[in-house]
Design a protein around this ligand. Structure first.
Ligand code: A3P
Length: 322
C-alpha cells in the first residue's frame, strides 16, 4: 500500500481549507469513473471535500469509552447497520417512539466525514463528548483517531461480498446521471474496483485492516458480514446487541427490530420515499434490492474471475471469505 505524507495528528483547530489545499497538492490524484476527482492519502482514495473532515476527525475527535462507531466501506449495507444499531441502542425500551419513521437513518447516525454534506443541520455535535455518541465512518482503520483505537469505545464493521458491493456502487452512481448520460461501462468499473480506484478504495485493504484488528481485539471490533445478516438475521442482530452491551430480553424484541429495519419497510416509509438527507443524493438511492448474489445478473465470468483473483484472493489469504 502506498503511503502519503502525514498531516500532523496533534489537535489543529480549526483546520483551514488553505492548509488542506497546500498539503494535498503533493498527494496522488485520479479520476473516479467519470464522476469525481479523488485524492490518495494513507494509501486510500478520497472524494472531493472529504480530506478536511477526515483530518479534523483524526486530529480532534476525543472518543468516550461508551461511544459506538459503526464502520464500513461504501455500499455494503451501512444504512441497514445504522438502522439496527439505532434501534438496539435507543429504541430498545421505547418501541412507541419510532425514530426511523421520522427521519432517514443517515440523519440519526451521521457519517462523520460527510456530516457537512447533510442537507439538514445535525441534531447533535459529533465533537461534543459530554454524552455517548452513535456515529458512523467510511474511513479506513489507519485513519481513525488514536482515541478511537485506544479507548474502550466499540467499533462494529460491516463487510460485504466485493462483487455485490461493486454492483451496488454501480447502480448508486448511475442513479445520479442526467437522462442524456449513459451508465459508466461496467467493464471499466470492474477495472477501477480491482485496482482500488474508487472512494475509500482499495476495498480489499479497507476490509483487511478492520478484519485483522477484529481478530486481534474481538472485544473492541465486531466484524459483521452482510451475507450472514441476510441468512441469519436474528443470530447476527443478537450478536451485535450483545457486543454493544444491550442484549435482547425477549424473543419479540429482536423480531421487532428486524421488522423496523427491514428493507421493505424502510423503502416504503414516507421519509425515505422523497427528499435528500445528503446533498444531491436522493433518499431512495439507499434502498434497492438488498439481495445476495445480485452480481450474477450483471458480471460476465471474466469479470467475476478478475474480482476473485484480485480482491477475493487477497482476503482469502487472511482467512476471510466474503
Ligand atoms: P443493493 O444495491 O445491492 O440493493 P449502503 O447502505 O452502504 O449504501 O449500502 C446499500 C446497499 O444496502 C444496497 O444494496 C441497499 O439495497 C442495501 N440495503 C439498504 N437498506 C437495507 C436494509 N434495511 N436491509 C438490507 N439491505 C439494505
Amino acid at each position: 500500500m502506498m503511503k502519503s505524507p502525514n498531516f500532523p495528528t496533534q489537535i489543529i483547530s480549526p483546520i483551514e481549507d488553505n492548509d488542506v489545499e497546500k498539503w494535498s497538492i503533493g498527494l496522488p490524484k485520479a479520476r473516479f469513473w467519470d464522476a469525481m476527482d479523488i485524492t490518495q492519502w494513507e494509501g486510500y482514495w478520497f472524494g472531493p471535500g472529504l480530506l478536511k473532515p477526515a483530518l479534523t476527525f483524526r486530529s480532534s475527535f476525543q472518543a468516550r469509552d461508551d461511544d459506538v462507531i459503526l464502520a464500513s466501506t461504501m455500499k455494503t449495507g451501512t444504512t441497514w447497520l445504522k438502522s439496527l444499531s439505532l434501534c438496539i441502542l435507543k429504541n430498545h425500551d421505547d418501541c412507541k417512539h419510532d425514530m426511523l419513521a421520522t427521519e432517514n437513518p443517515h440523519f440519526h447516525v451521521p457519517t462523520i466525514e460527510s456530516a457537512l454534506f447533510s442537507a439538514k443541520p445535525l441534531h447533535f455535535d459529533i465533537y461534543d463528548a459530554s454524552g455517548p455518541r452513535l456515529l458512523h465512518t467510511h474511513l479506513p482503520y489507519v485513519v481513525l483517531p488514536d482515541s478511537v483505537k485506544e479507548s474502550d469505545c466499540k467499533v462494529v464493521y460491516l463487510a460485504r461480498n466485493p462483487k455485490d458491493t461493486l454492483i451496488s456502487m454501480w447502480h448508486f452512481f448511475n442513479s445520479f446521471l442526467r437522462p442524456d448520460q449513459k451508465p459508466f461501462p461496467l467493464e471499466k468499473a470492474v477495472d477501477c474496483f480491482c485496482s482500488g480506484l474508487h472512494q475509500y478504495g482499495p476495498f480489499s485493504d479497507h476490509v483487511a485492516e478492520y478484519w485483522l484488528e477484529s481478530q486481534r481485539r474481538p472485544d473492541k471490533i465486531l466484524f459483521v458480514k452482510y451475507e450472514e445478516m441476510k441468512s441469519d438475521p436474528k443470530g447476527q442482530v443478537s450478536r451485535i446487541a450483545e457486543f454493544l452491551g444491550r442484549p435482547f430480553g425477549e424473543e419479540g424484541q429482536v423480531d421487532d427490530v428486524l421488522w423496523r429495519c427491514s428493507l421493505e419497510r424502510l423503502k416504503n416509509l414516507e421519509v425515505n420515499k422523497k427528499g435528500s438527507i445528503l446533498l444531491n443524493v436522493p433518499n431512495t438511492s439507499f434502498f434497492r434490492k438488498g439481495e445476495v448474489g445480485d452480481w450474477k445478473n450483471y458480471l460476465t465470468s471474466e469479470m467475476e474471475d478478475r474480482i476473485n483473483q484480485t480482491i477475493g484472493l487477497k482476503l482469502e489469504v487472511l482467512g476471510l471469505i466474503l
